[in-house]
Design a protein around this ligand. Sequence first.
Ligand SMILES: O=P(O)(O)OC[C@H]1O[C@](O)(CO)[C@@H](O)[C@@H]1O
Ligand SMILES: [Mn+2]
Length: 432
Amino acid sequence: MFNKCIKSFAYFTIKDRLPQILTRVIDTLHRHKNEFFEEHGEKGVEAEKRAISFLSKLRNELQTDKPVTPLEDELPDSALWNQYLDYQRNLPNGNGEPSWFQSPWLYVECYMYRRIHAALAQNPPIDNFDVFKEGKAQNFFESQEAIIALCTYFQELLKNIKDLDEKQLQEELFKLLQVSLWGNKCDLSFSAGEDSSQKSSPLQSLENMIPYILVNDMEKVWSLLVNAKKNRTERSNVRVDIILDNAGFELVSDLVLADFLLSSKLADEVYFHGKSIPWYVSDTTKHDFNWTIKQLGSANHMWMSRCGINWEGNLKKGVWVFRDHMFWTLPHDFSSMSEVAPDLYAELQKSNLLLFKGDLNYRKLTGDRKWECSVPFHQALNKFHPAPLCSLRTLKSDTQVGLKPGQGEEIQASDPEWMYSYKVNSSSSLGT
Ligand SMILES: O=P(O)(O)OC[C@H]1O[C@](O)(CO)[C@@H](O)[C@@H]1O
Ligand SMILES: [Mn+2]
């Protein structure tokens, strides 16, 4: 249970940030009223009104600490959500009826996004409208400079990638892992929808960002990939899975990393895991994934379009695969995946390396517990070991493991707000 001590980030999130996010969603629907009318006539406007009343009711429940209620929609995952609510009700140290301020932060925050989805899904004909679409597209367009810099850098690198020796390849892998790691700063749920696009060139600042990397297992990632390649047989491809986080600049940095893994022959195929419903404001859905690649392919910048066209080709060839299992948008920790979603667990077991992007994934990997910072990452995974995995995460919440003894205290002394200072970054923590 996450105690909501008043100064905790959890309290601030539930009390202030989530209502802010809900208000933005309601405003977005208001602003699309005419579009709904043009597209669907009166039915569209009626549906918009109903969705807004759903969301206003939700905001009131949240702000007045009402009980968490079972989902009444017919969506495929509602039974799993209601089972999870029962589990919360029967927790031994629970405070009785789960409510917004008395239940674990991770649970109620996931629950809010699932209720937002229900507010749209239950009101056709606007049931497929993504209330976060604008924010994600805006992040993409406002990160153009950084995207151009990254695509240009990468296409230059591709020109002579065949001449690079192992040392040089390793260096390039480390650079692109860091770009993907820092790309995780660009998320709209932490910023409650405020602009969080990548303005500066992502490659310039890597050097002086090194000291902010708390746990750095990039060497282990490299040797794992080199060994996988050495042991590769005709039958067994080297497969890397990227469990995606935010659309916009972060997604482009993940796609460039994935292209590098293939072009350097460190991997033969990359599986991407996105969200099946709009989630945490900026998380990547299948639509966002395809839209981003199409945007690049049709860009009037040579290197952007070269990337986008290559990536469409990878999807057509099947060396890139996109999946969006419903488990990723349930409230469960990943330690329960083998039981709740055995098909997904079995799928991940086929991978040589799992790259988990972002803070929410990190919290679900570690059960969002207030671990001692020096608890080993492997232990915090709580038997979740489908394959060797690595988390690339910008620190945005209280959970942190895998630090050296005394490292947490040292940082605390230098920056008491380090947990949310955003600049601090716990990068790849490899749990073998
Ligand atoms: O996009 P990311 O890196 O998962 O960040 C999302 C994080 O932002 C927050 O919404 C901040 O409150 C966390 O709850 C969540 O873990
Ligand atoms: Mn996210």
